[in-house]
Design a protein around this ligand. Structure first.
Ligand code: GUN
Length: 296
C-alpha cells in the first residue's frame, strides 16, 4: 500500500477561503473588521517569520492585524500591561503572545492575563477547562486543525482507536480531548509508555507530537492507519552545513503501511495559521453576540 498524502497547504487554502468569506458577512453585520493582535518579545528569527506570516494572512483574510513588538529587555510587567491594554481594546478580538518568551518572563502568568474570550491560542486555563468538560471553548490551533483534517479524510471518527504520542498542553492533551469528544477510544502515549510500537499498532489514527525526528517507524503502524505528524524537527541535511525539516514519523517507511499521512513540511504546519484566523473569527462572533457560521 502507498499512503495517500494529506496536503496541508490545500487544506489551509480551503479553510482560509471559508474564513475570508465569513469575514465579509461579519463585517456587513458588525460594521467592523475582526481584529487579531500578535505580540512578539525579542528577536527570535523563527518567531519573526511566524509573526510576519500571521500578519500577512490576517490582512489577506480581510481582518485587522495589530502587531506589537517589545525588546527582549522588556520585563514581565511591561508585557502584562500591553496584554491588559489589548484586553480593553474593542477592536481586538484575538490576542496571541508568541512563544517562546525570554527566560525571565513566566509564560503562565502572561497567558493567565489574557482575557479568555480573546485567547485565540486556547492556552488559558479557562479554555483548557472548558474543553475538558465539553463546553464551547477556544481550542489550540494545531490540535484543532489536526482534528479538522482527520474529519475531512475519515468523516465520522466514532469508535476509531486513536493514539496520541505526546502529552503537551499545546498539542497532546487538547488533541486527546478533541478525539474523545468525537467518540474515539483514545490512548495518550508518552516517554514512559511501555512498548510504544505495540500501542501504536492498535491505532486507526496516530497523532505524533513528541519532537523526536523519525521516531515512529512504518512497521509500528496498523496497515491503513491515518497518520498525522505534528513534529517539526530540524536535522542536518546531506549537504554539509545545511539543515532540513523532518517530522516525528519516519515518512519513507510509514507511507508504505499507512492509509494516509501528512508530510513534513507541507502537512500540519501550513494549516495552523488558517485555524488561528478561524479562531479569531469565532472569538469575534462571540464578542459581538453573534452565532458563528456552522462551516467554521
Ligand atoms: N510559537 C510557535 N507556535 C506557536 C503558537 O501556536 N502559539 C504561540 N503563542 N506561539 C507559538
Amino acid at each position: 500500500m502507498t499512503a495517500e498524502i494529506i496536503d496541508g497547504r490545500a487544506f489551509a487554502d480551503r479553510l482560509r477561503a471559508t474564513v475570508a468569506e465569513a469575514v465579509q458577512a461579519f463585517v456587513a453585520a458588525a460594521g467592523r473588521k475582526p481584529g487579531l493582535a500578535v505580540v512578539l518579545v525579542g528577536q527570535d528569527p523563527a518567531s519573526e517569520v511566524y509573526v510576519r506570516s500571521k500578519g500577512k494572512a490576517t490582512i489577506a483574510a480581510g481582518m485587522e492585524s495589530f502587531e506589537h513588538r517589545l525588546p527582549d529587555t522588556a520585563g514581565q510587567d511591561e508585557l502584562i500591561a500591553l496584554v491588559e491594554q489589548l484586553n480593553a481594546d474593542d477592536r481586538v478580538d484575538g490576542i496571541l503572545v508568541q512563544l517562546p518568551l525570554p527566560k525571565d518572563i513566566d509564560g503562565k502568568v502572561v497567558i493567565a492575563a489574557i482575557d479568555p474570550a480573546k485567547d485565540v491560542d486556547g492556552f488559558h486555563v479557562a479554555n483548557a477547562g472548558k474543553l475538558a468538560v465539553g463546553e464551547e471553548a477556544l481550542v489550540p490551533c494545531t490540535p484543532l486543525g489536526c482534528l479538522l483534517m482527520l474529519k475531512e479524510r475519515i468523516g465520522d471518527l466514532s469508535g476509531q482507536d486513536a493514539v496520541v504520542i505526546g502529552r503537551s498542553n499545546i498539542v497532546g492533551k487538547p488533541m486527546a480531548q478533541l478525539l474523545l469528544q468525537e467518540n474515539c477510544t483514545v490512548t495518550v502515549a508518552h516517554s514512559r509508555t511501555r512498548d510504544l510500537p505495540a500501542v501504536v499498532r492498535r491505532a486507526d489514527i496516530v497523532v505524533a507530537a513528541v519532537g523526536r525526528p523519525h521516531m515512529v517507524k512504518g512497521d509500528w503502524l496498523k496497515p491503513g492507519a491515518t497518520v498525522i505528524d505534528v513534529g517539526i524537527n530540524r536535522v542536518p541535511a546531506e549537504e554539509e552545513g545545511k539543515t532540513r525539516l523532518v517530522g516525528d514519523v519516519d515518512f519513507e517507511s510509514a507511507k508504505a503501511t499507512a492509509g494516509a499521512i501528512t508530510p513534513v513540511p507541507g502537512g500540519v504546519g501550513p494549516m495552523t495559521i488558517a485555524v488561528l484566523l478561524r479562531n479569531t473569527l469565532v472569538a469575534a462572533h462571540a464578542r459581538a453576540g453573534f452565532v458563528a457560521p456552522a462551516q467554521l
